[in-house]
Design a protein around this ligand. Structure first.
Ligand SMILES: *[C@@H]1O[C@H](CO)[C@@H](O)[C@H](O)[C@H]1NC(C)=O
Ligand SMILES: *[C@@H]1O[C@H](CO)[C@@H](O)[C@H](O)[C@H]1NC(C)=O
Length: 283
C-alpha cells in the first residue's frame, strides 16, 4: 500500500519535474543520430519530453540556413513558447540554426540553449566533410565560391569565415555576420534582446574535434588575420556586445565545457560529455 502510494506520487512528481528538450541535428545527419542522447536524458531525467527534430535531414541539411531557420521558426513556434519553459540542444551546424532562431523569436521561452560543438564563430578549415563536398577547392580559395549569391545557397558557405577575406565576408555572407553583429541592420537590437531571453548559454567543444576548425569556434574563439586563435573575450562581437554575448557572460550565464578526446561525431553519444556538460542544465 505504502509503496504503491510512493509509486503514484513518483509518477506525478518525478515525471513533472523536467522541462521538455528539443534537439536539432547538424550537417549530414538526422534525428536517428540523436537517439542515444535522448536515451541518456530520459534515463537520468525520467519522464522528460524529448523531441528529435526531423527537418532538413541528411543532404537536405545543405539548404541555406535562413530557409532552415524560417521553417524551424514555424514548426517549433509552439514548442519554444511553452509557458513552463523548454531547453534547446543543438549540434554542429544546428547550433547556428538555433542561435538565429532564438534571435528572431521575440516570444521564446528557452531556458538552456546548449550549443554542442557548433561553429558559432564560423568555420575555416579543410575537413573531410568539406573535401567530400568541395573536392576541388582548398580553403584559401573557397571564398571565391562561398562569397557569391550561388555560394550563399549552400549552408556551409553561410558560416564560412575566411580570416583573410573579411571585407568580402561581411558584404557577401548573408548569415553569420548578421547573427554575430559584424553587419549591423535594423533588427540587430531586437535580435539581441530576443537572444538574451535565454537563461543559460552552454558552449561545448574540444581540441580533438576533427571537423570544427578552429575547434575554439565552438566556444566563440576564432582566427585573427594571422590565423592565430583569439579567445571569445577578444572578439569584436564580444567587446561590442553585438548580439548579447558579453551581457550573458557578465550575468554569469555562459557556461563553457571543453573536453579533450572527443571526435566530432562522438559528442552526442558520449555519456561523460552528457553527464558533465549537459545534464545539470536540463532540469
Ligand atoms: C528593415 O529593413 C528592411 C529592408 O532592409 C525593411 O524591409 C524592413 O521593413 C525594415 N524593418 C523595420 C522594422 O524597420
Ligand atoms: C568520451 O569523452 C571523454 C572526455 O570526457 C573522452 O576521454 C573519451 O575518450 C570519450 N569516449 C568516446 C568513446 O568518445
Amino acid at each position: 500500500m505504502r509503496s504503491q502510494l510512493l509509486l503514484l506520487l513518483c509518477a506525478v512528481v518525478c515525471s513533472g519535474g523536467f522541462k521538455p528538450v528539443v534537439i536539432v541535428h547538424g550537417l549530414f545527419d538526422g534525428p536517428k543520430q540523436f537517439q542515444t542522447l535522448s536515451e541518456f536524458i530520459r534515463k537520468d531525467h525520467p519522464g522528460t519530453d524529448v523531441t528529435l527534430l526531423s527537418a532538413f535531414d541528411y543532404l537536405d541539411s545543405l539548404q541555406p540556413l535562413w530557409k532552415q531557420v524560417r521553417t524551424l521558426a514555424a514548426v517549433l513556434q509552439g514548442a519554444l513558447q511553452r509557458p513552463g519553459g523548454v531547453h534547446l540542444l543543438c549540434f554542429s551546424q544546428g547550433g547556428l540554426v538555433c542561435r538565429a532562431l532564438l534571435s528572431i523569436s521575440p516570444q521564446h521561452n528557452v531556458h538552456s540553449f546548449i550549443s554542442l560543438s557548433s561553429p558559432q564563430a564560423g568555420q575555416y578549415g579543410d575537413t573531410d566533410y568539406l573535401k567530400k563536398f568541395f573536392p576541388k577547392y582548398l580553403k584559401e580559395a573557397l571564398f571565391h565560391f562561398c562569397y557569391t549569391e550561388a555560394g550563399q545557397k549552400v549552408s556551409i558557405c553561410n558560416y564560412w569565415n575566411d580570416p583573410h577575406q573579411q571585407s568580402r565576408f561581411l558584404q557577401k555572407n548573408h548569415f553569420l555576420p548578421l547573427i554575430n553583429g559584424g553587419q549591423l541592420h535594423n533588427q540587430s537590437a531586437a535580435w539581441r534582446e530576443n537572444f538574451l531571453r535565454i537563461r543559460k548559454l552552454v558552449l561545448i567543444g574540444g581540441p580533438d574535434d576533427d571537423v570544427i576548425t578552429p575547434w575554439q569556434s565552438s566556444v566563440f574563439g576564432f582566427y585573427d588575420s594571422r590565423e592565430q586563435v583569439a579567445d571569445m573575450r577578444d572578439q569584436e562581437f564580444y567587446r561590442t556586445d553585438a548580439f548579447g554575448l558579453r551581457t550573458l557572460d557578465a550575468r554569469g550565464d555562459v557556461s563553457l565545457c571543453v573536453h579533450a578526446g572527443v571526435k566530432h561525431v562522438q559528442w552526442h553519444s558520449n555519456y561523460s560529455v552528457f553527464h558533465s556538460c549537459m545534464k545539470k542544465w536540463l532540469t
